[in-house]
Write a protein that binds this ligand. Sequence first.
Ligand SMILES: [Zn+2]
Length: 463
Amino acid sequence: MRFDTVIQNGTIVTAADTCAADVGIVGDKVAAIGSRLPVDGASKLIDAAGHYVIPGGIDVHTHLDMPFGGTTSADDFESGTIAAAFGGTTTLIDFAIQYKGQTLRTAFDSWMSKASGKAVIDYAFHCIITDLPDARLEEMSALVREGVSTFKLFMAYPGVFMLDDATIFKAMSQAAKFGGMICMHSENGGAIDVIVQRALAEGKKAPKYHALTRPTTAEAEATSRAIALAEMAGAPVYIVHLSCNDALEKVREARDRGLPVFAETCPQYLYLSLENMDAPGFEAAKYVFTPPLREKWHQEKLWQGLAQDALQVVSTDHCPFCFKEQKEMGKDDFTKIPNGGPGIEHRLSLVYSGGVHAGRFSPNRFVQLVSTAPAKLFGLYPRKGTIAVGSDADLVVFNPKREEIISASTHHMKVDYSMFEGIKVTGVPDLVLSRGNVVIENNKFVGRPGAGSFLRRGLFTGL
Ligand SMILES: [Zn+2]
């Protein structure tokens, strides 16, 4: 057999196995896994001695080129996917937003045009539904046939994104009918808005009040309600960006009862805390995202959740806004600070470092959390999310020993600060392939804008 590329001498790590073997690539697929694969005629040999060879990361929660509060997230599909690739992520699922009065199809079409010609890695979409009269329920199944098989609904942001329980219940019932899945932003938006208005009336307008007006109880209540609605509808539900132990307990309890309830957390909730909101001046605006940062003790609970499978996925909720001019829109009023933080580039390193290097879980669990579970839950497996004959050759040669200090001065996201500035990680991608082509090598991007393809996702089939 003749290969285009052979990755030699590495240790392959999947969610299930660890083995010393070469990977042979033909075209954009993995063609063989074995010891001492023949290299005659191969145009590229990659020496992975001392490295892990892992399936490319899958980030199921990003917001590239997204309008929010009068501005637009700072990374588009070119800069955002390049930054993702530097961090070992080779697939992302972004959100196409349906605005009130629009068809779901309009949302899909407009996000497809944002990505096409720009993305350097493969991408797919969830659809955010903000307006769902009964007549529109049918559109959900049409979109699933197009490969947009998951829908995000909001229990927060009244008047903008929030849906009432009846609408959420109908959407879940509809999803249950044809195998789609609902992703839920779980916070009690009604109660939070009252607390926010009270704070503003008392003159509490600094960034840290963004966090202090969104209690963990509001997240736990909505998580519990989302689970109950899904149970009544007979539908699976996926809780996005879970940030606190209160909500985690609701998910764990539901899973213990055998319900198809899944949840993700994000690196910011594992590494940052309410203490970051005490940064001097307006600095704390860098950490204004939703749900907000919590007291530090929640971090260890979330790590335990990841180790014990109460949490199944780590995504980033990458939604970058520059500190200058964008975050500054809320200088005098925290409610005007665009919500979101940059994270697409450092997910694998942060999870590996805090998870595997710190001794909390195995390299296999790491791969499960950042690649395999996302692929299985979101209809991309086994094309993505593992290393197997016939799978896409989305591969990361990962250096488990290399150290790096995260900094805005060296990152590739188009944003003027880092949430993780100064944090030292151990474990960094050295080389990244997207569908058989090297995209990151020697710390340089060597891929091509437009090389990424839209992925028509299949149905949710469980984990
Ligand atoms: Zn988000």
